[in-house]
Design a protein around this ligand. Sequence first.
Ligand code: DLL
Length: 442
Amino acid sequence: MPKEPFQRRIWSPFESMPREELRALQFVRLRDCVRRLAGVPFYKKKFDAAGLRAEDIRSVDDIAKLPLTTKSDLRDQYPLGMLAVPRDRVVRFHGSSGTTGKPTMVAYTKNDLELWSDLCARFLTSGGLQPRHTVQIAFGYGLFTGGFGLHYGVEKVGAAVIPAASGNTKRQLMLMQDMRTDAIVCTPSYALTIAEMLRAEKIDPRSLTLKYAHLGGEPWTEQMRCAIEEAFDIQAFNNYGLSEVIGPGVSGDCIERTGMHIQEDHFLFECLDPETHEPVPFGRPGELVITAMTKEAMPILRYRTRDIAILYDDPCPCGRTTLRMSRVIGRSDDMMIIRGVNVFPSQIEEVLLGVEGAAPHYQIELTRPGTLDEVRVRVEVLPEHFSDKLADMTQLKRRIEQSIRQTTGILMQIDLMPPKSLDRFEGKARRVVDNRDLKVEC
Ligand code: DLL
């Protein structure tokens, strides 16, 4: 029995628009977006190279003629080469959660922030949020888009925000109890950590006033949803987004939970084969490629998210008419998301290259034994440094551990391996073994 009746409400009429009208709106918005982007030197160069003009966009399908944008384009344009408005119109900057050197920066005008709050209000409402609720936000407030994005979304709905920010689990528990929090906003793994901590404190998580969790920012499974719902006796909703596109608010679950509704009046989704870039039919996994048509400061064209998911076009009983996406079931690059932090194997490699005694032969194993991701890095020791003196090896292990922690912010378990003991690769190296079992249907 839910702790309160679920309120079915659709925040914006755009979510339930007839599909032909939506398609017409998307066309106008896409054409306008391409016109604006033609004024950004980065895109202009690409359009010119392909002999493209905004007038060539005569239907939404013409999007396939346009160039793809990648994370490395954003890095090359660091910090603000993709800006499509004069800098004095920008009112906010955020950055990717990536830890490689410099972040990729994104910018927002006043209207963009207004839009962003509205998009977050949509998925929060579709996940049961009501103005009378109190919401605890346990996401980082900073360059990461999670904290601020959700914060203004909750306020937009009219609910009360507790900006608890991430970490300090004991304080989270105190606030949840004392403030009678109705909904928690965080990563799915953090929700499970909170449950564990409550149990350790001999508090039954089900005894709290908590009714909903709005979770996102990292991959999770249906099994994790069950575990979280069961632990707290709540309903848990998935939401998806990425900083390059806007942040959270790109798509989110409704009560049916048969895939996350995509905010298609603002984002054009394509699902492509990551190798050939050909469209993949509905119901089949492919890489999500997203165009953010309406953002002013930094619209983005055909952004390769590297996220592998499935698109669904069958109608949803909730009344929303938009396409839905499955959970993210993988990545088409080697980026790992460990406890919500984006980490590339190349970062680990760089660290190893900088530690005397470590060989650049390594393997990374990801597991999730309890609620949190764990990382084990097996590293070969260079022959001339390999020693049977425990003290030497322990010291080397510590140096690697510390350097990795400094670079990624994550404490990883290091296993030193004898020289030449790890596999060598002839084709693409398979450095990451992901044993977290994140692959599920929806
Ligand atoms: O994680 C934005 C966000 C914050 C979304 C809070 C939802 C809640 P980035 O740091 O740029 O932005 O990381 C984006 O995180 O490409 C996915 O790989 C992953 N991701 C985000 N949400 C989900 C989700 C934010 N619900 C990257 N399920 C994306 C699976 C997710 N993966």
